[in-house]
Each structure stands twice: as C-alpha cells, then as structure tokens.
Ligand binder design. Structure first.
Ligand code: SF4
Length: 752
C-alpha cells in the first residue's frame, strides 16, 4: 500500500453550496488539491457530505473558471491585465460620479461572500456614497427576516439543524431539504427515528422530502396562510394551545384568535384543498407532541405575501409555546452558504451592518467604528437625504435605468452596474433587467465563473469580466443558517489570475481615492491584500447590537481545531479548552472576544420571566397591503373557479419545456386523447421529481364523474382529485399501487 506523501497536508474549509455549513477536509499536496473528505469531527456534517459538497473541488479546479480579466471590445471578449481593468473601470466610475452622482452606481453583491468580503463590500458602497447595495437575500429570505424580526426581534433561525434531534414533532412547510440542504435532512431523520417524532410535510408538490413524511399534506399553491389558520382553528377550538406561555409572553394572541375563528374547517378545506379530517389530525399531532419544530424555506417566502406567511408560521409556534425552547423553534433553512452572514452585515438597501438603520445616529456609530469623520462620510453622498434614503431593491434597479426617475425616490438613474458574485438569473422580470443591462454605460461582472449576467445582455463595449477567487482559495468566516460562524482556511492559492474580493475592493478604493479612509484600521499585507483577520476584528467592534462582537478570528480558528469536542445535539463543547462554548459561537455572542461569551444556541430565554429579560413576543398577522386585506373574503377563488393541482405541471407546459418527450407513447397518447391542456378537460400531469402520475382537474370535484369515466376508458386507475386528499404518503405506497412506477428512471429517493 503506498504510504501517504510527506508533503500531504489537510486543510479545513466550509462547503460553499448551502447554508448547512458542512466542513470540507481537503488534502493538498505540493499546493495542489488532490483529495477531499467530509470532516469526521464536525458536529454539523454527521460524517457525510451531500453530492454537492463532495464535488466542491470542482469550484477551484473546474475547467470553467475565469482565467484572467477581460473586457468587451466591439462585442468580442479581450484579455486585459488587472491594472488596465482597475484603471479603466475606476476612470469610468469617476466620470459617471461627476456627471450623475454616486447614486448612479449599483453594487449588487453576493451571499457567496465570506463575512469579511460581505462586510467590506457594504463598507465600500458607503464610502462610495450610496445605499444601492443588495444581494440574493432580496429574492429568498428577506421576507423571513421582516416577518420574524417583527414577531420576536431577530431575523434569523431560532434553533439549529442539530437541535432538531430534540424535536418531538416536525413540520416542514415550503421546503425540500432532501435536495436543497441534504445533510440537514440527516438531522431531521435522526429526530424522527430517535424520538419517534412525526414528520409532517406540507407542500403542493410531493417532493423527495415528502417521501420521508409520516404525513404528507398537499395544499393548493398560495394557500399557506389559510392552512395555518386551519391548524390554529383546531388548536384553539380544542384548547391545545399553551395558555400559560401565551399569558406570560405573547402580546396580541386574542386578535389572532378572533381572526382564526372566522376560518371554519369547511372554508379552510374549500380554499386549501386539505381534507378537514387531515387538517385536524395534523393540528392535534403537532400540538400534542411538543416541543415541535417548524421548518420552512423558500416555498413559504417567495410569495407576494411572503412576510405574512412567515408571520403566520411564527404565530403557530407561539400558540404552542414552541419558541425559546430546545427541540422547538423556527428552523428557517436559508439558501446560499453565507446568506445569513451577508444579511447580518448589511448587504441590503435598508441597513448598515448589524441591522443598523440608515438614520444619522447609526451612520455616526459606524463612522466611529471606521474612524472617519461623519461630515466626511456625509460628503460622499449626494446629500443627507440620500444618505438616509433606502436604495433601490435589486428587483427594480433596471426601473431606475428605464423609467428615468419618474416613480423613484432616488434622484439619479443607474448608469453603472456591478454584478459581484450574483448571476442575476434569479431576479424576476428578466426581460426588463436585460434591457437595463444593455442600457447602462458600464457593466462589471466579478465572479469565479462567467455567469448569466455576463452572457445575457447584448453589449459591444463598456463591459468587464473580472475573475474573483472562491472562498476556498482565501480565508475567512461564514455564518451558517443557525447563526454560528466557522473559519475556513485557504486550501489552495487563487487559481489562474483570480483574486480575493477584498483585494479587488482595495484596488478599486485606491483608484477611487478613498483607500486611506476605508482601510484606516485594516493592515495591508504583502501583495496589496487587506488583512482578513483585521476585517473580522473591525466588524467585531461595530456589531455589538446583535452580538457579532465576541467571535474573534482566533476563537473561530480554535473552534475548527476542536470540532471533536462538541456534542452533536447540543452543539456545546463537553471537554477540552472550549468546554461550555457553543460550536461556532452562534450570535448573539455578546461582549468582546476576551469576555468569552459562549454564543447562543437557542434564541430567547423562556426560563426567565419577561420582566427579567425572558422572551416576549408579538403575534400579529398583518396580512394587508395599502390598507386592503390580502385575505379578505372572496380573495380566494370560488369552487367553480378552482384550478386544481399544479398548472405548471400540466401537459401544455410539459410540451413547451420539451419534457413531454419523456413520456411513454401510451402516456402521451392518453393525455392527448383525454384533452391535454384543455381547461375543460381532465389532464394528466407528470411530476418528474418523484415520478407520480397525478390528475389535474380543471373544474374541481364536479368534474370527477367525467374524469373517472375517461380515465377508466383508457384503462387507467380512478383519478384522485389532488386538492381533496394526499395521494401517497410515501413512495412505497405509490409503488404498491402502481408497480410500474418502481422502474421509472428518476426514482432516486434516498430513503428506499
Ligand atoms: Fe454542502 Fe449543504 Fe451539502 Fe453540506 S448539505 S455538503 S453544506 S451542499
């Protein structure tokens, strides 16, 4: 057996694919990343990676990396040097600033930044003089932040993935961790198995996560709030709520009770499509098996009423006394690896780092931290009003280009656009955005890979593509969904000519003439690279308000070195030098690093009375916009208008996407004969995510007679009206009913 090379070293960094925060142990030989395994010691990984984490080396060594800076010259990408890129971009920015003011540049950043990169990016925008700064959270969980912050204070997950081991019941609503956060599902399944905890999955789609459910609840898309009303109706009706908890800690529950009373089971069933008996069963299961955790993801947040959805879920947990206790909580699975950290550190049009608003006092606070004069900072902005006015959300920056000031508070149009670690492909209204991209004078894409943002617009000149390195080629901290920070070390040097974000920001600041002020407290190392640890120390100083102040680089590095000492369930070190501390010092981690606060595993202390600082919460639905209730009677369709099932899966769409080619000849012939996408007919839809054939009904249960006759005429089993009851609670049931399904090519459900 060959012996391990003497030159082989192991280095730890964090997987950059999702917010679970699994540790990657890379094997590096002579500066080359030659092997990889999950960190066996990490309390997060449970000794595993998912397929995404296992392929993370490709991010650095993949053949699609951007190799050097480029610019478009008459429509052709041309190689340039870094010096040329920084000089030309800088000159153009100065020109735009002189003509149109600082508001005319938009800084679209990334949830893939490290905390240090994200913080510096926010600081850079401030020093440039604009609040036009945003990142992917705008599109994923900004509604979560708004909804839970208004309910209990912090816009974050209250517990952790690991704490789910303590849950006696679980609801996953609008989330599919089996595919999106695979290692987190291992924690969920442990809770399910060890505690015999019922796992309820509420989703319009039967997902791979639903395949693990003890109870799968299919709701009609967009009926999240009535579903929660439905559960609360049974909880209040049967007295299953935690009365003492509500009495002591929850303000406003009487109003909720009155609102919920209007939603009787028949109405809830009509709107949600969930059978009344199932709704009651789920309410009873969740209420009687406490503590119960409520897990949600973007199926809940990405709605016009996303914030209201989040509030409704929060209220359900308050009614049952599930907040502020182990095994309970709102376990909100965030998306990108550092979307939590970048939100905390102010990559948002409405905040400065640590959720400070844009008011004068907050600016003065940060000016003190940065050691710059407030009036100097004010001078960077167009005026005081603009300094305190929120920027343009990333979903509307192109309106600023197109509408020429008409309906915006901002006084200038966007003339230059940065896509920094943001492909732009998740921004809604893509055609408008593309037009905006084509109209701006300057467009700069900074990314390890060429992205949609670089490829989408039809531009000839004025476009730059700069190669940033990945987080695996530099060092720094990241905040996982559970608020804990982890320190990643540099695995390999930046490949090709790529550079770390903080290097590029320093170079740009130098070109623009404010590097002295911006980097006053940050040492510049060899090669013009700002010292990463100094950046961490600087935000430690200013983020006392949410407790990002106790996690120094040294403490975080120690946590990575002693991963083995932490208990997998409590995330607390049970031995070693860190005994008593929680893994990754989840915020709030109050005070200074020297004070050694252990971090906070579960937000809100319900062991203390409210008068002594125990958790106190506000229950409020607030489902209205411009004074009009979004849930007013009549806002949901009448029976006769109900479009059951999933329009997106109807045959017409399958055809449009070209997916109909996947159908067998018999299936296709059947679908076409019975009406395809004709709204007056019954259509068969194929859900390729789990291979279930289900029936979509154009006109509700009234059409059942016809559907049955038509289906049987083609030798198919009785159709099941998907809005009336769940079809299968597991794949096993499905295969038992339709043996042919066992052979479908897309069956890869991990539990079977
Ligand atoms: Fe990476 Fe997320 Fe998979 Fe863990 S679960 S290996 S963090 S993608």
């Amino acid at each position: 057996m060959p012996s391990a090379s003497a030159n082989l070293v192991k280095k730890k960094n964090i997987c950059t694919h999702c917010s679970v925060g699994c540790t990657v142990t890379a094997e590096v030989e002579n500066g080359v990343w030659v092997g990889q395994e999950p960190s066996w010691e990490s309390p997060i990984n449970l000794g595993t990676h998912c397929a995404k984490g296992a392929s993370i080396r490709e991010l650095t060594h993949g053949d699609r990396r951007l190799k050097y800076p480029m610019k478009l010259v008459d429509g052709k990408w041309t190689r340039i040097s870094w010096d040329t890129a920084i000089n030309e971009i800088g000159d153009k920015l100065i020109d735009i600033r002189q003509k149109s003011g600082p508001e005319s540049v938009y800084w679209l950043g990334s949830a893939k930044f490290s905390n240090e990169g994200g913080y510096l990016f926010r600081k850079f925008a401030a020093f440039w003089g604009t609040n036009n700064i945003d990142h992917q959270a705008r599109i994923c969980h900004s509604t979560t932040v708004a909804g839970v912050a208004n309910t209990w204070g912090y816009g974050a997950m209250t517990n952790s993935y690991n704490d789910i081991h303590n849950s006696k019941s679980m609801i996953i609503m609008g989330g599919n961790p089996a595919e999106a956060h695979p290692v987190s599902l291992q924690h969920v399944l442990r809770g399910k198995e060890q505690n015999k905890a019922p796992l309820i999955v509420i989703d319009p789609r039967f997902t791979r996560t639903a395949a693990h459910a003890t109870e799968y609840v299919r709701i009609r898309p967009g009926t999240d709030i009535p579903t929660i009303y439905g559960l609360l109706w049974h909880i209040f009706e049967n007295g299953w709520e935690d009365k003492e908890y509500i009495r002591q800690r929850v303000y406003g529950m009487d109003d909720i009770r009155a609102e919920v009373a209007k939603w009787n089971p028949e109405e809830v069933e009509r709107v949600t499509g969930v059978p009344g008996a199932q709704m009651k069963r789920v309410a009873e299961t969740f209420a009687k098996n406490r503590p119960g955790t409520l897990i949600w993801c973007m199926g809940v947040t990405q709605h016009t009423v996303g914030t209201a959805n989040v509030r409704a879920l929060s209220i359900l947990q308050l009614a049952l006394g599930n907040i502020g206790i182990e095994g309970g909580g709102a376990n909100i699975f965030r998306g990108h690896c550092n979307v939590q950290g970048c939100t905390d550190l102010g990559l948002d049009v409405t905040t400065l780092p640590a959720y400070y608003g844009l008011v004068e006092g907050a600016w003065k606070h940060w000016c003190r931290v940065w050691d710059v004069d407030y009036n100097w900072m004010l001078g960077r902005f167009q005026d005081k009003k603009m300094m305190e006015t929120k920027g343009i959300p990333s979903t509307r920056w192109f309106d600023a280009v197109l509408v020429d000031k008409k309906d915006l508070e901002q006084q200038d149009n966007v003339k230059a656009m940065f896509f920094w670690g943001h492909g732009g492909n998740t921004v809604p209204r893509m055609p408008e955005m593309r037009t905006g991209m084509e109209k701006v004078e300057l467009m700069v894409v900074v990314d390890p890979h060429p992205t949609t943002a670089a490829a989408l617009p039809d531009r000839k000149n004025g476009t730059y593509l700069l190669p940033a390195c990945t987080q695996l080629e530099t060092r720094g901290s990241r905040t996982a969904s559970n608020r804990s920070l982890q320190w990643g070390e540099q695995i390999v040097k930046p490949v090709f000519e790529s550079k770390p974000d903080h290097w590029i920001l320093y170079k740009l600041a130098k070109k623009l003439g404010f590097e002295q002020e911006m980097f006053k407290k940050i040492k510049i190392d060899e090669g013009d690279e700002p010292n990463v640890e100094d950046i961490t120390r600087e935000f430690n100083l200013g983020t006392v308000s949410i407790g990002y102040s106790g996690q120094s680089p040294e403490r975080l590095k120690e946590h990575m070195a002693h991963q083995d000492d932490f208990d997998v369930v409590t995330l607390r070190a049970t031995k070693g030098p860190l005994k008593g501390e929680f893994y990754g010092l989840p915020w709030p981690c109050w005070g200074t690093p020297e004070m050694k606060h252990p971090g906070t595993h579960v937000l809100y202390n319900t062991n203390l009375p409210v008068k002594d600082g125990g958790g106190a919460f506000r229950a409020r639905f607030g489902v209205e916009r411009n004074g009009v209730s979004l849930l007013a009677d009549g806002s949901y369709p009448k029976d006769s208008e109900i479009q059951d099932g999933h329009p997106e899966f109807t045959y017409g769409l399958l055809k449009k996407m070209g997916w109909d080619k996947e159908l067998t000849d018999t299936e296709r012939a059947t679908i076409e004969k019975i009406g395809g996408n004709n709204p007056d007919a019954v259509g068969w839809a194929i859900d390729y995510s789990c291979g279930i054939i289900r029936v979509t009904m154009a006109h509700g249960v009234q059409a059942m007679g016809n559907a049955k006759a038509r289906a049987n005429a083609f030798g198919l089993p009785d159709p099941i009206p998907v809005h009336r009851e769940p079809i299968y609670s597991s794949r096993r049931d499905l295969v038992a009913k339709y043996p042919a399904m066992a052979d479908r090519r897309d069956y890869r459900l991990p539990h079977l």
